[in-house]
Write a protein that binds this ligand. Structure first.
Ligand SMILES: [Fe+2]
Length: 180
């Protein structure tokens, strides 16, 4: 289950409904898909997409998404550090960033225009939708792995636009579960 931190307010929110409500204020959709559909962690993409086909269909209709795939990032991923360095700088996209986590963990920082930065830690069962134009960045947790369903309106719109604001450097990309 997800966990939401607001570092500038020194607040942590653990209640699922409270997390969803606080994220919704910033325009971010968060939900848990329950019950989870049993798929093995290394199931082929087609099997995962089939298991979650009804949820994917619902999202496609509500958000105009046309394709779905499964992204797999782990210590065996070639050029992992270079890839993670692209995710972890503040950026936005011309289309929504939609992720349903199958396995692993990660932390999205969301930077709303008029409110404090939100750090949302996600794990299996969590769905997050970051609307187009929203400033954000992403880091893995210490286990450095994540597997997630992605949905796209138009894959060409997913190119990151970097702000180079330096805001990301003010926040520790440390997952709650990794803290001593
Ligand atoms: Fe992104």
């Amino acid at each position: 289950m997800a966990l939401l931190r607001i570092p500038e307010e020194n607040r942590t929110i653990v209640n699922r409904d409270a997390i969803a409500a606080r994220l919704a204020e910033a325009g971010i959709q968060y939900e848990m898909w329950t019950p989870e559909h049993p798929t093995s962690k290394d199931a082929p993409q087609e099997q995962i997409l089939a298991a979650y086909s009804s949820e994917i269909e619902r999202l496609k209709q509500s958000g105009g998404y046309v394709t779905a795939d499964v992204i797999n990032v782990n210590s065996q991923t070639p050029n992992l550090d270079a890839m993670l360095a692209k995710f972890s700088r503040e950026h936005w996209h011309d289309e929504d960033e939609v992720r349903f986590i199958i396995a692993g963990r990660g932390i999205f920082h969301i930077h709303p225009k008029d409110s404090p930065v939100l750090a949302i830690e996600v794990e299996a069962g969590d769905l997050i939708r970051v609307p187009r134009g929203t400033l954000h960045w992403f880091d893995l947790c210490s286990d450095r792995q994540i597997r997630a369903i992605r949905l796209f309106q138009d894959m060409s719109g997913w190119t990151p636009h970097y702000t180079d604001s330096g805001v990301d450097a003010r926040f520790q990309p440390v997952c709650f579960s990794d803290q001593p």
